[in-house]
Design a protein around this ligand. Sequence first.
Ligand SMILES: Cc1cc2nc3c(=O)[nH]c(=O)nc-3n(C[C@H](O)[C@H](O)[C@H](O)COP(=O)(O)OP(=O)(O)OC[C@H]3O[C@@H](n4cnc5c(N)ncnc54)[C@H](O)[C@@H]3O)c2cc1C
Ligand SMILES: NC(=O)c1ccc[n+]([C@@H]2O[C@H](COP(=O)([O-])OP(=O)(O)OC[C@H]3O[C@@H](n4cnc5c(N)ncnc54)[C@H](O)[C@@H]3O)[C@@H](O)[C@H]2O)c1
Length: 457
Amino acid sequence: MKDFDAIIVGTGQAGPPLAGRLTAAGMSVAIIERKHVGGTCVNTGCMPTKALVASAYAAHLTRRASDFGIELEGVPTVDMPKVMARSHQVTLNARKNNRDWLQSMEKCRLIEGHARFESRHVIRVGEELLRAPRIFLNVGGRAAIPDFPGVDQVPYLTNSSIVLLERVPRHLVIVGGSYIGLEFAQMYRRFGAEVTVIEKGERLIGREDHDVSDAIREILEAEGIQVRIGAECIRLEPHPDGVAVGVDCSEGAPTIIGSDVLMATGRRPNTDDLGLDTAGVEVDDHGYIKIGDDLATTAEGIWALGDCNGKGAFTHTAYNDFEIVAANLLDGEDRRVSDRILGYALYIDPPLGRVGMTEAQALKAGKKVLVGRRPMSRVGRAIEKGETQGFMKIVADADTRQILGAAILGTGGDEAIHGVLDIMNAGATVDALRWAVPIHPTVSELWPTVISEMSPP
Ligand SMILES: Cc1cc2nc3c(=O)[nH]c(=O)nc-3n(C[C@H](O)[C@H](O)[C@H](O)COP(=O)(O)OP(=O)(O)OC[C@H]3O[C@@H](n4cnc5c(N)ncnc54)[C@H](O)[C@@H]3O)c2cc1C
Ligand SMILES: NC(=O)c1ccc[n+]([C@@H]2O[C@H](COP(=O)([O-])OP(=O)(O)OC[C@H]3O[C@@H](n4cnc5c(N)ncnc54)[C@H](O)[C@@H]3O)[C@@H](O)[C@H]2O)c1
């Protein structure tokens, strides 16, 4: 048995920085990883996908070159092994930097292997037993594969395997029309694949407002992506040309023949093989670890951070979990998950930057709202860049004038949304943004105009 002051399971977005803070405070730390250091974001998530999105954008811009008065000789081609090598290198560099960082921490031991509770404060990794009074679970999640008829008879891709694919599929069928599905759909279309997105809901990216969903569908369809919504009873079977995907949709043919299928139907937490029962750590019906507002689990001395606690599904929410735990344990603060104002982005092109409530959520919460909206075709910056798809929108409380939420589906939207995110965190009203003097020419410079034109929906 080896004793430590703390054990961290998983090297995703919360584990390594927490190891940094704990060791800096003089604690001995064991951090355990069963696969690649850096977890999902670094190895099979944000980093490789955003590197691929960058290549896809380059391909798209090259095809549009003459719109900008640039004439290229010959037809631009996509060198997929090179595209993948570039993306993979981004991952390898980050993985190595994370590993080097952990190994440089005094009193931190990186242990490779699968961790499992032996008892509340003892964890087994292979033959080794480790004990600590504090245990932090940062085990993340993996692709959830629906139990479709025929799913075990055909090969399919997930986010983990598609980021290593060195060819352009002839026809990529993507099951799931949300973050993962839509980012890969546009990227592979731009690499030259025929792409069909199959979504069981009545619209793409169903958590967003209807106007956002509709505009995203329009953007994707304009690039030749086929969208099939209301897909019921999906079934898969081998076909001489790849995979036959049966869908009973409200529109379109009942069977789609794809060369490849990508499953993008959500994630499930890596909590089924941790021995949580042994430790008295409770999970909900979906396997997410139950936590309080301070990220403490139902077992004393055990915390759960990141995707595995079901309170966030993003790199920045996992990192914020680390910040909350470190501030509470080491700095005497009283920080809470419920204080977090959620922002996120969908990295299609143009991107969707989002913060706070949607208009539908605000109305459902019984708020009296004011809404301001402007198409990107009336934003100078977008016109100058030749990227006028999408719109920007803000929702405010009509009584208190607090900002409830905002969306920018448009060029630079992933960055520009931070103007609203920051001012919401500062607790200011919509009038603070109304009277700001933003820089010209930017997307953000339109907020004062949009706000001055707000009206009830
Ligand atoms: C394709 C894709 C794109 C994404 N893009 C974005 C994006 O652009 N922006 C964004 O904010 N988020 C994005 N995300 C989400 C983001 O990757 C996750 O929210 C984030 O990585 C969660 O981090 P985490 O720390 O909770 O866990 P993870 O990063 O999943 O890390 C958990 C680690 O724990 C290890 N582990 C699990 N069980 C054990 C065990 N028993 N023993 C030892 N080790 C174990 C795993 O191997 C893994 O390395 C994306 C996700 C995907 C799949
Ligand atoms: N830009 C980003 O920040 C980013 C990018 C990629 C992934 N992520 C994270 O990864 C997580 C997983 O993303 P995701 O897109 O896989 O999951 P998701 O939960 O966001 O969406 C899954 C989609 O699949 C659909 N679906 C579910 N079962 C289906 C079925 N049987 N047939 C057809 N459609 C079905 C759902 O209706 C939904 O639209 C997200 O929670 C997100 O936080 C974030």
